[in-house]
Write a protein that binds this ligand. Structure first.
Ligand code: SF4
Length: 104
């Protein structure tokens, strides 16, 4: 399978259009897409396939499962403030759906 990775510049190219479980949702670039959930821990829900490796490897357990409107599973960075920037999730995500941004 071929996937485009999450856009690392999403914070400048997209607008935060809503909030979900305490984090921003960055609007999708096409209609009928899901967008990017989270900011310093960002998961592109249009690239995520619900593999769940991030949920398993995160040492601070900041991800939870969430459901899309059509009932698909997605990883949701519900406690993104807890991130310690270990990059385990970003490097192991099979579809490169995750971007970790270190604090300034
Ligand atoms: S970088 Fe590490 S601490 Fe941060 S969300 Fe990913 S696995 Fe968790």
């Amino acid at each position: 399978m071929n996937f485009l990775p999450i856009d690392p510049d999403f914070q400048t190219k997209r607008k935060a259009i809503s909030e979900h479980n305490g984090h921003k949702v960055w609007g999708a670039t096409e209609a009928n897409k899901l967008g990017i959930h989270g900011t310093n821990v960002a998961v592109d829900w249009d690239i995520c396939v619900g593999d769940g490796v991030c949920i398993g490897v995160c040492p601070v357990s900041l991800y939870d499962w969430a459901q899309t409107p059509s009932g698909d599973k997605r990883s949701d960075p519900v406690r993104q403030a807890d991130c310690i920037q270990c990059l385990a999730c970003e490097t192991q995500c099979p579809t490169q759906a995750i971007k970790i941004t270190p604090p300034p």
